[in-house]
Design a protein around this ligand. Structure first.
Ligand code: BGC
Length: 251
């Protein structure tokens, strides 16, 4: 296993990356960021990754490279596309990126990467059993981590509740769209998290996404029979998690 890796997080608004010490979970470089063009295509993403690799410089030569994307990723093929071009649906992303970049990569879902980071470096470090990490943003992302191992592509944002994908009513974007204050949003979150607890009986739920900075305004309003804590790694979670996976995955 390599001690260092490059992690790249492809999001709806920005493509960010850095050199990571995967032993300590620290960034060894600045966090480089390029804005994502609307409907970003695989070529757009390659352009941004090339720039980030150049920014990291020679320290990143021959290191494992991980990329996380807002898509279901099955065996290197992206199966869905949230806020990126539909070209990514059923697209052989791993093969395409490897060819374009001339190096091996590991590619996973963005929320899965964030979950791995929280489990290895963040609030869920050393928590045994099932940890469910959720990210509340434009959509709702999720990661299942069992005894430190990722069970990929859980996609809880697409759980159908009351006739709709739960992310369409309960994401942070949905709360802003519907002009909900925190107590009103918490009623929707309560419905979501109590359902998740009933189905999966996790040992810990972690709540990430930018709004987790304001966790004290809504987490205490959620009453479930499972500990629920804010994520600690914030903006860097995707980068850290996918760098860890790249460094520990053998091709
Ligand atoms: C997508 C997930 C993604 C999440 C967060 C959802 O809409 O379906 O794949 O992890 O948004 O970006």
């Amino acid at each position: 296993m390599s001690d260092h890796a490059i992690g790249i997080d492809v999001g709806g608004t920005g493509i960010k990356g850095a050199l990571v010490d995967v032993i300590t979970g620290e960034l060894l470089s600045e966090r480089f960021k390029y804005s994502t063009p609307p409907d970003a295509t695989p070529e757009d993403v390659v352009d941004a990754i090339r720039k980030i690799i150049a920014d990291v410089g020679t320290a990143g030569d021959n290191l494992p490279l991980g990329v996380c994307v807002p898509s279901v990723v099955r065996h290197g093929v992206t199966k869905s596309a949230a806020n990126i071009s539909d070209v990514w649906i059923d697209f052989p992303a791993e093969e395409f990126l490897e060819k374009a970049l001339g190096r091996n990569i590991v590619i996973v879902n963005d929320a899965d990467a964030a979950g791995v980071a929280e489990a290895h470096y963040g609030v869920a470090k050393d928590v045994p059993g099932l940890v469910i990490v959720t990210t509340l943003g434009t959509g709702i992302g999720s990661a299942f981590v069992f005894d430190g191992e990722l069970v990929p592509n859980s996609e809880l944002g697409h759980l159908e509740l009351d006739g709709a994908d739960v992310e369409t009513t309960t994401s942070r974007l949905a709360a802003e769209r519907d002009q909900l204050d925190f107590p009103a949003w918490a009623i929707r979150l309560q419905r979501f998290y109590s359902h998740v607890v009933r189905i999966f009986s996790p040992d810990l739920i972690v709540v990430g996404g930018g709004v987790s900075k304001q966790a004290e305004k809504f987490l205490p309003l959620i009453d479930i029979d499972t500990p629920i804590l804010p994520a600690t790694l914030r903006n860097n979670a995707g980068i850290l998690g996918v760098a860890y996976l790249a460094a520990t995955t053998r091709d």
